[in-house]
Design a protein around this ligand. Sequence first.
Ligand code: GLC
Length: 534
Amino acid sequence: MAALPWYHKTTIYQIYPRSFYDSNQDGIGDLQGIIQKLDYIKELGFESIWCSPFFASPQADFGYDISNYTDIAPEYGSMNDALQLIEETHRRGMKIIFDMVMNHTSSEHPWFKESRSSLDNSKADWYLWRDKPNNWQSMTGGSSWHYAEERKQYYWASFLPFQPDLNYRNPEVKKTMLDIVRFWLGKGADGFRLDIFNVIYKDAEFRNNPFTFELIPTESNPSGFFQKAKYTLNQPENYEFAKELRSVCDEFGDRLLLGEVSGRRDMLRKYLGNEKNDGLTLVFDFGMMDFKINAGYFHDLIEDIERHFPDPFMPVYVFSNHDRARSILRLGNDIRKAKLLHLLQLTVRGVPCMYYGEEIGMTNLKLPFATALDPIPHKFQSIPRSIFDMLGMTLNRDEVRTPMQWNNEKNAGFSSAEKTWLPVHPNYAGINVERESKDESSLLNIIRAILKIRNEHEALRQGSLELISGLPDNVLGYCRKLNGEEISVFLNFSESEKQFPLTAKNSIFKLSRQDELKNREINLSGYGGMIMKS
Ligand code: GLC
C-alpha cells in the first residue's frame, strides 16, 4: 500500500489560544504562550496543532468574528509572533493548522461597514442583502435577517447578528478569500480547519425552507426549530467550492483541509470530493459527540464510518471541542472510561483530534448564564437552564473554555495575572499536568503511552481496520494491519472483568495493571484495555 499523505496519518491537538498559556500576565492566553508550550505537546506525542482564531477581531465571538484576516489581535500578539509560532512548530517537526472563518466576517470588518453604507458602494454585493426576509432561521435559532437602516435592507447572518455572511456568488469575494488562504499558506500554515463550511453557499433564489416537526437540531441532523435546512445547509455549490479550495492548497503541496460540516455521513463524505479525494482532505463527524460508552455503540460507529470513509478517505475521531461539552462529562467524570475512550480514539483508523485539557480530564465548569462572556446563552436567557441541562446541551461555551490547568500554583499556572479572562476551574489542584505527569497511571501518561505506540507503529498510523468478532459481551476489538504488521486492540466497556481466548502473541500496552495475557487468554479488568502485537 502506498504511504498515506501526512494529513491522513497525523494527530491533532486543538488549542484555544485565549485559554492555553498567558505569557504576558494579562489573564489572556497568547501566541508566545503557545510557543512556550510546544514542547509539552510534542512530548505528549501529537504532530499537529490546530489553533482557534487569533486574528484581528472585536472578540464578540472570541475570534470567530474577524475584522482583518491578515492581522493578529493585539491581545494574542503580533504578526511576528504568528510567524514565529509557525517557525517554532516546524522546527519541532510538527504542523500548524489555522482556523479559517470563510463564511462570515465581523460586522466591524471594513468590508461590511462599506457594504452596509449604501446600495451602490464597491462592496455593496459582498454580503447577502434582501429587501424582505424569507423564512430562514439561523444555526442558533430564530430569524437571522437583520435590518440596516442605511440601505433599508436586511442582511443575512447564519450564526449571530454580528457575523454577516459573505456572498460567495460574487467572484471578487471568492477571489479575495482564496487569496487570504494563499497568504497564510505562503507564510507556512500547513492547512486549515474550516469554520461552518456547510453553510458557505445559500440557495441562489432564497427559497423558503420547508417545515419539519423537528425542534432541536442534533449533531447528525442539523435541521431544527421546525425548519428543514434545505436551502441553507449543504448546498451543491459547497462541494464544488471544497474542490476549488483544495486546488488552491495544492499550489503549495500537501496541505490539510478539515471541514466543520454537519449532517448525515453520506453528506459529509461529499465534501471530500470524488473517489480520489479531490475535495477537503478531512471532515469532522460530530455525530460521534453523542457517543454512548458501550462496545455495541462503537462497533456500529466504526462499521458505519469504515463504510463511508474507506481508503483513500480518512475519518476524524473527535469527542470534544470549544463549542461542546468536555467528553468526560458524558462519562460521568469517570477517568477509567476516559482512558478507554482515548485508547479507542488514538488507535482506531482515523485522525484523532483532541481538545486541550482533555488529556488530563479537565471538566466543564458550571457558570451562570447571566454573566456569560459567550454570546449564545444570552440569546436564550428566558429559557430555564435546567431544560438545557436535561437535554445534555452545553449552551454556555465558557464552561468548556476555562484556562488550561498546568500545575497547582496560582491560576493553575496558566497566568500570574490577578484575574484570568474566565475563572480557572477550582478542581485544578487535583487535575493538572504537573501532578498527572508524576503519576504513572494517570490519564495523561496513558495518553502519552498510547501516542508513543501509535507513532512507532505504522499499522496504527495508516493500517487497515477489521473489527474482531466473537468477543464477550461489551468487549470491542479491532485489528489494524499494514505490510504484514498486525496490531489488535481490545477494550472492555463493562465494569466486570472479562476473559477470553486469544490467538495473538505479545501485548505491548495495558490500560490497567490487571489486564494480562495468561495461557493464551486475555484478561481485561473492568474498563480495561490492551494493545497487542502479533
Ligand atoms: C463554529 C465555531 C464556533 C463559532 C461559530 C461561528 O461553529 O466552532 O465557535 O461560534 O462557528 O463562527
